[in-house]
Design a protein around this ligand. Structure first.
Ligand code: UDP
Length: 348
């Protein structure tokens, strides 16, 4: 199978590229390196099945050509991260809406399959637990920039499903919940890389708000396993799937776990939201995926524990953050054990 991954040099895209190559598929990655990085795919460069193009999804002739050469598109190119969304709302909306228009239109012309990455943000302020794919989406006002991300991705979903119903394009929407793991950068505000870096440096761990907000963290390798299985399943055309882990933690609890796990001397500090994101910022209190549909349709359920994820993130980050060669780092014994293998749960 030939696979096109838009956003292929990003955090999730690069893991997906790796996993598709393992499957024996050819991978073409398209990335403008805006939030992605060539470092994420450098190790794949020599692989005979891997090719990459540094350009944007707005380049219509190029996208048409790349789509023509593939059997399935994973459309992951998007503006991501709360920091980026708050700082650059124009870029967020344009990338997410226009980029998806270009990719979907090219995919429709060539009648190819496409998996569009959406986000758990689309559930917005809904207080339902857990979130199921057919639930109502509860958005905040347009005067609050954060919601532009959720709305732009919701529009992507509408467009994708419209192509499915009206033009019979095999479109699948995947809503990725908080996905974390090696290579994720803290530059755009994501909590896991921020906490791990702070703990490794014994700097204060910054909990925004009172820390009682909850999230479920899914391991990136579980998420890409779910994506690969989605690509192998015909029955997902026209469907929306939640992808994530349903084990919940509070953000304060995560801070304590990261500190303990990494044997850090960091203090844990609370930072008011206004100080980080400006006045009137609205955070989501709870966000738990229902994984029933994912399990039913593709026979897979992510299960990697938070402890294993923290160890893997720390093992990846240590050489860069501590600026010493990996070989010179002494890890605590339990980190050796848990950082090495990737744990995929197998369907029963
Ligand atoms: N957060 C935090 N400290 C940080 C970064 C984020 O306490 O250094 C909080 C953030 O306010 C949110 C949660 O951690 O409540 C998850 O944030 P992230 O940006 O990773 O994901 P999202 O907000 O999209 O769930």
């Amino acid at each position: 199978m030939n696979v096109l991954i838009t956003g292929g040099a990003g955090f999730i895209g690069s893991h997906l590229a790796e996993r598709c190559l393992q499957e024996g598929w050819s991978v073409s990655a398209l990335d403008d390196l805006s939030t992605g990085s060539f470092e994420n795919v450098r190790h794949l460069k020599a692989h005979p099945g891997f090719s990459y193009t540094i350009d944007t999804v707005f380049n219509e002739p190029l996208v048409a050509e790349l789509v023509d050469c593939c059997d399935i598109v994973f459309h992951l190119a998007a503006a991501v991260g709360v920091r980026l969304i708050v700082d650059s709302p124009v870029r967020t909306i344009e990338t997410n809406v226009h980029g998806t228009e270009v990719v979907l239109s090219a995919t429709a012309k060539k009648k190819k399959r496409i998996v569009i990455a959406s986000t758990s943000e689309v559930y917005g302020k809904s207080v339902k637990v857990p979130f199921s794919e057919d639930d109502d989406l509860v958005m905040g006002p347009t005067s609050k920039g954060r919601w532009s991300y959720a709305c732009s991705k919701a529009l992507d979903e509408f467009l994708g499903l419209a192509y499915y119903h009206e033009k019979h394009v095999p479109v699948t929407i995947v809503r990725l919940f908080n996905t974390v793991g090696p290579r994720q950068t803290g530059r755009y505000g994501m909590v896991m890389p921020n906490f791990v870096q702070q703990a490794l440096l014994h700097e204060p761990i910054t909990v925004y708000g009172d820390g009682s907000q909850r999230r479920c963290f899914g391991y990136v390798r579980d998420a890409v396993e779910a994506l690969v299985r989605t690509a192998k399943t015909e029955a997902v055309a026209g469907q929306i799937l939640n992808i994530g882990n349903d084990q919940e933690t509070t953000i304060a609890g995560l801070a304590h776990l990261v500190r303990a796990r990494l044997r850090s001397r960091s203090e844990i500090v609370r930072v008011p939201y206004e100080q980080v994101y400006g006045p009137g910022f609205e955070d989501m209190f709870r966000r738990v995926p229902s994984l029933a549909k994912l399990e039913r349709l593709i026979g897979y359920r992510p299960t990697t524990s938070l402890e294993t994820i923290i160890d893997a993130v720390a093992a990846d980050m240590r050489p860069r953050v501590l600026k010493v060669p990996a070989a010179e780092i002494t890890l605590p014994p339990q980190a050796y054990k848990t950082a090495l293998p990737t744990h995929f749960s197998q369907p029963a």
